[in-house]
Design a binder for this molecule. Structure first.
Ligand SMILES: [Zn+2]
Length: 213
């Protein structure tokens, strides 16, 4: 967004923190800096290492993610960038300084239509801006219309829903970092990782903004 567009937008819709409501910014520094990076380690089948920024149970992080998806995506981009800056400086994940290929988990078409944009891809671009990773959006594709896993409560239903939902176009890179917004059961990420590994990928890392949902 240009500075002029931002200035005009701020004039019409004065920014207020999506979490505490304080005037001045879409997420105030206090709420943003209050997001904790201390979350329990997690393991998922076929995924070699998981990097998660925080917990979905953290109300400030949850407000940031839901705000991005459903309300003011472009306005909150800046907050995500600042959050990631602090996270990278603190955690220094090894993949961030390599030229690994980042693949956003493809959103379903109806979700993109509903929101007007692919929020997972938009969030992945924030990661690309601040690290040396390269983004590839044409390798992993959604094959058929599956329901969003967020709509399915049962673990078996989630696994069944994503089985066979993706396909690989072209050559799978040797090292991949999958990126998703929130990882709940992990079924989608595991399905993507397995598929990539069946196509020759040696290692799959996972980057996600929040754990649980
Ligand atoms: Zn706030």
């Amino acid at each position: 967004m240009s500075r002029l567009t931002r200035w005009l937008l701020d004039l019409v819709f004065p920014p207020a923190c999506v979490h505490c409501g304080a005037q001045g910014d879409w997420m105030c520094t206090r709420c943003l800096n209050g997001i904790s990076f201390r979350i329990p380690a997690r393991e998922l089948e076929a995924i070699d290492s998981i990097t998660t920024v925080g917990s979905y149970a953290d109300p400030a992080l949850r407000a940031l993610i839901t705000g991005f998806k459903y309300q003011s995506a472009t306005c909150l981009e800046d907050a995500f960038e600042r959050l990631l800056q602090r996270f990278l400086a603190d955690k220094k994940p090894v993949w961030a300084s390599s030229d690994i290929v980042l693949i956003p988990v493809p959103s379903s078409e109806h979700r993109i239509l509903e929101r007007g944009f692919d929020h997972v891809q938009a969030l992945a671009n924030t990661v690309v801006k601040q690290t040396s990773v390269r983004i590839a959006t044409d390798i992993l594709k959604r094959r058929r219309q599956s329901l969003s896993n967020a709509d399915l409560k049962n673990e078996d239903a989630r696994r069944g829903n994503v089985r066979g939902a993706f396909e690989i176009a072209g050559k799978a890179p040797e090292f991949v970092i999958l990126a998703d917004d929130v990882v709940t059961s992990g079924a989608t990420a595991v399905e993507c990782a397995k598929l990539l590994k069946n196509h020759g990928t040696k290692q799959v890392y996972l980057f996600t903004w929040a754990n649980g949902g």
